[in-house]
Ligand binder design. Sequence first.
Ligand code: FE
Length: 220
Amino acid sequence: MQKWKCTVCGYIHSGDEPPDVCPVCGADRSKFVPIEDAPERLHEQASRPSAPQEPPAKQAPPPNVPPPEAGWKRFAASRFGQKLTQYHGHPIAVHIPNGVLPLAVLFALLSALFDSESLAIAAQYNIGFVAISMPVVIGTGIVDWINSYKGRMTRIFRVKMICAAIVSVISLVLMIWGFVQPQIYHRHLIETWAFLLLHLGNLVAATIAGWYGGKLVFRK
Ligand code: FE
């Protein structure tokens, strides 16, 4: 059977025609592209006896993907979870630390460049704010993923979750590192470079997550 892939979210549809609307992200049929079957498989299909035909099996979820935790499903289905999705809780939660994260990177770079105590303090507070706000970003994201996208683990959601985990871990490490060793902002040692590179990595991960979020929202 012909397979079609949603170019927005990566959902795979089996059928002669693409669906009118992607059941995961809501993209229209123009966003689906055919996936070519391997030649051996086509040959195998052609040589298979045509009768008797079994009724089509219920579409199984993608392999190696555990279903969303029951606890999260219950929370997403609750009145509060529904309101979070209805009032765009995740985009709101994301935009707050996303506005602060680039400032943390900028202040950390400038504090190293100009050996400035006040810029170091600004960077430290900003990265701390990002670290403590990430659980809200991830929690609202999971609720939105279950309520709006049926909890389907396509490539786009996998990448977004990995990026969110990277930002959470790096922000926490940077916050603790700056707290335990405040001189890291000023000392021009090999570890200062590692510290600044982690800041830049954080910015890259947040940018990738934001880019995929935009892809889902604007379906382009
Ligand atoms: Fe889709």
